[in-house]
Design a protein around this ligand. Structure first.
Ligand SMILES: *Cc1c(COP(=O)(O)O)cnc(C)c1O
Length: 459
């Protein structure tokens, strides 16, 4: 029996109603959740029921029980970590992805989503100023995009060194030198660990968290053999960009593969106003970014771009007799990502880009940057507050005197509930960290959030 629409309609209708109720609660609800995970565990726990429950009832129960434990991450006043919201077209497209239920693995088997993926990939390369011949893989997030780009790099530099990685593995292989800036993102180390490449050699960073080029030149000169250089486009505290063009030129002299972690920052390339931050970034070999941050598609969606498709396909391609492949032509989606079976997560990317257009993406990036500057100006004007970074993109770090005082202001701000900004530690200080990543943040959100910080900082 084939599933009938009436099997789905009640549950879907209820899901739409709960979705709209959630979205309409965002302007007024506190940004922070009202209940913690332990309390929620009690609401969802208990023994597995013996018998079935009606699908619409399950949806109602989920929505009702989850509600107190939901963080208003899609709120325009959520500035924690680096968390994008969800554009309307992207959310609706994500629902279609679930309804279509395509396993986005093989071009011939799921042609619609393969074609959508290829179109989205071309748009992303175009917007981000990356080489048109590069391969694009849609992965779960920037952690996996870093992993995938670095896997291609590992494959390439070891092949260049004459080592057959696929047959022999890493044991006994020439050591791959991996070099990164001191302020690389923690997930880069995680990706290197997955790859058996160990901890990177760290090059000191400057006061904004950028890799120091003089120290990088020294480090590159210290060794020989296969090497990978990891650069960053967008520091999570300052938003600062490594000088990618200059660092690529240094890396070239040593035959190093260059990987750029631009989880949120790569999107600066989509606006004429911020493109200069990435100058020379097209000279790298691989790039990682997220669509679920700056582009505002639902979780989970990251993008890896590799300028040497052969290295990526050698690292990630699957060969199995039952996966009948096209004889020639473009690669299958599965050749560019770690997974075999996978969600068609490029579809919301296509929808987001289609709904915004080129100028819409540039406007989105410009708006985020403008709001970040306004928040920095507003918070910086509060008595006792100091903005610690040069606000070049979407990230702001503030202190309010000593560490204890900054932590106190952060805690009071979160308890107030008007806005959410993460506490963090940067360059040996506790900081209040702001990330403007949500498409829906407007001037009123910015003003209300500055007022909330002012209240939290009042003695
Ligand atoms: C968020 C982030 C990551 C990790 O991305 P996920 O999507 O959370 O896996 C890596 N690098 C930077 C700079 C980030 O901001």
């Amino acid at each position: 029996m084939t599933a009938r629409p009436e099997d789905y309609a009640p549950a879907l209708d209820h899901a739409v109603a709960h979705t709209l109720a959630w979205l309409s609660s965002l302007p007024d609800r506190p940004v922070r959740p009202r209940a913690d995970a332990d309390e929620l565990a009690a609401a969802f726990g208990g023994p597995l029921p013996d018998g079935p429950t009606d699908a619409a009832e399950v949806v109602d129960e989920l929505a009702r029980r989850a509600e107190p434990g939901l963080m208003a991450m899609p709120s325009g006043r959520f500035f924690g970590w680096v968390i994008g919201g969800t554009l309307p077209a992207a959310l609706a497209a994500d629902w279609l992805v679930s309804a279509w239920d395509q396993n986005a693995t093989l071009r011939y088997a799921t042609p619609a989503v393969a074609a959508i993926e290829e179109a989205a990939a071309r748009w992303v390369l175009d917007l981000l100023g990356l080489p048109g011949h590069a391969d694009v893989g849609f992965v779960t997030g920037a952690t996996m995009a870093n992993f995938t780009g670095l896997a291609a790099g590992r494959q390439h530099v070891l092949a260049e060194a004459g080592w057959d990685l696929d047959t022999l593995g890493l044991t006994g292989a020439p050591r791959v030198r991996v070099i990164a800036g001191a302020e690389r993102h923690a997930t880069l180390d995680q990706a290197l660990r997955y790859l058996g490449l160990g901890a990177p050699t760290l090059v000191p960073a400057d006061g904004e968290g950028r890799i120091r080029l003089d120290a990088l030149a020294d480090e590159l000169a210290r060794g020989a053999g296969p090497a990978i250089l990891c650069l960053q486009a967008g520091n999570i505290h300052s938003g600062a960009y490594d000088d990618i063009g200059a660092a690529c030129a240094l890396a070239r002299q040593h035959g190093a593969w260059v990987h750029v972690d631009g989880a949120f920052g790569l999107w600066a390339a989509a606006s004429p106003a911020t493109r200069h931050l990435l100058s020379g970034h097209e000279l790298a070999d691989s790039w990682a970014t997220d669509a679920h941050k700056t582009l505002n598609v639902p979780y989970d969606c990251g993008i890896v771009v590799v300028a040497r498709p052969a290295a990526l396909r050698a690292a990630m391609g699957t060969q199995a007799s039952y996966l009948v492949r096209a004889e020639a032509g473009p690669a299958d989606p599965q050749d560019k990502v770690p997974e075999l079976s996978r969600r068609a997560r490029s579809v919301p990317v296509w929808a987001a880009l289609r709904s915004l257009g080129r100028t819409g993406v540039a406007d989105l990036v410009d708006r985020l940057t403008r709001h970040a500057r306004a928040l920095a100006d507003g918070i910086g004007a509060i008595e006792g507050a100091t903005i610690r970074n040069d606000v070049v993109f979407t990230q702001v770090c503030a202190t309010f005197g000593d560490d204890a005082r900054t932590r106190e202001v952060t805690a009071r701000l979160l308890a107030d509930g008007t806005a959410w900004m993460s506490g963090s530690r940067w360059q040996d200080r506790d900081v209040l960290r702001v990330s403007v990543s949500n498409w829906s943040t407007d001037d009123a959100d910015v003003a209300a959030s500055i007022e909330a910080v002012r209240r939290a900082a009042a003695r």
